[in-house]
Design a protein around this ligand. Structure first.
Ligand SMILES: Cc1ncc(COP(=O)(O)O)c(C=O)c1O
Length: 302
């Protein structure tokens, strides 16, 4: 049991990485994990995302061309920030590459229980016959972020070191939130709870997408997630997402996260931005998309 899934990223680095070692991540990826990896002074290498997960040829080339690759970091389900889900074929391919080159995988799956359409896809950890996958889970996205309860499943040879690393950090995760989790899991109907929140998120996601379909300029592309809480919109090349997000919040009081926050090189340009559909009510979603679309029509050519 860990203090949120965030602690799994920290413990993995603490146990596996020396300064200058390489960590490969999807690009874009979750800012909290990127910042954690940065804090260990690792060589952070991003592999471009396609519609069904990382570009496998580029992943292999990244493994071959960088020194001391310690692990591949992936968020396979409804990725933060893109909402993309990695296909089974790619999960198998990533695992095969990890095995071929003797590299570990850190599978971060806090959104996996939030699939609201389509068939669920086995975790990379479920393919792990060789002790290569560290799996990070969390109660943050299904119960409460503030409780800070997550968990880690790791090969036996690594577990002893991970436990000692955790003892150095916080001895153990506080008992009260653990007991609250336990009570919820044993005395409440977690299945019914998941069905209920998935129904709510499906409705909000579909509403947001319908509004985007109706109002966004055709030159703006966006993902259609099967679960989770985020989707990712890409404006035409050359439009600066930082400038766009700043104008959107100042002029229209709508908040999106500019794509640069999720890049390996935060100075690199990005024309994409992340939208969250779980946190707002129906009326706010309609208003938010109406305002976002109006500014998009101002800044996007054609
Ligand atoms: C992909 C991903 N991993 C980990 C976390 C952190 O989760 P936790 O609250 O369990 O530490 C988040 C939170 O946003 C996330 O999006």
């Amino acid at each position: 049991v860990t203090t949120g899934a965030q602690q799994c990223m920290d413990l993995a680095c603490k146990v596996l990485c020396n300064e200058g070692d390489t960590v490969i991540t999807e690009s874009p990826s979750f800012i909290g994990s990127l910042n954690c990896f940065r804090s260990y002074n690792v060589n952070l290498v991003g592999v471009e995302m396609e519609e069904d997960g990382m570009d496998i040829a580029k992943l292999e080339s990244a493994i071959r061309s960088n020194k001391n690759v310690r692990f591949i970091y992936t968020i396979p389900n409804f990725q933060n920030p893109t909402g993309i889900t990695m296909s089974l074929a790619k999960r198998e391919a990533v695992y095969a590459l990890a095995k071929k080159y003797g590299v570990l995988i850190l599978e971060d799956n806090p959104y996996g229980d939030l699939r609201f359409r389509g068939e669920s896809i086995p975790a990379v950890k479920s393919l792990d016959k060789d002790g290569l996958v560290i799996y990070a889970g969390s109660f943050s996205k299904i119960l409460s972020t503030g409780m800070r309860v997550g968990y880690l499943v790791a090969p036996a040879e690594l577990m002893g070191k991970l436990v000692v690393a955790k003892q150095c950090t916080d001895v153990h995760t506080s008992m009260l939130p653990q007991l609250m989790c336990l009570r919820f899991l044993t005395e409440c109907d977690i299945g019914a709870h998941l069905e209920s929140i998935k129904g709510i998120y499906a409705h909000k996601c579909l509403l947001m997408l319908a509004e985007m379909d109706a109002r966004f300029p055709k030159s703006v592309r966006y993902t259609r997630p099967d679960g989770g809480i985020f989707l990712w919109a890409t404006m035409p090349d050359g439009i600066d997402s930082n400038e766009f997000a700043t104008r959107l919040v100042r002029e229209r009081k709508v908040c999106v996260v500019p794509g640069t926050a999720f890049l390996i090189d935060p100075e690199a340009p990005s024309s994409a931005f992340r939208l969250n559909f779980s946190g707002s009510g129906d009326e706010q979603i309609v208003q938010g998309i109406t305002h976002t679309a109006a500014l998009l029509h101002e800044v996007c050519p054609g």
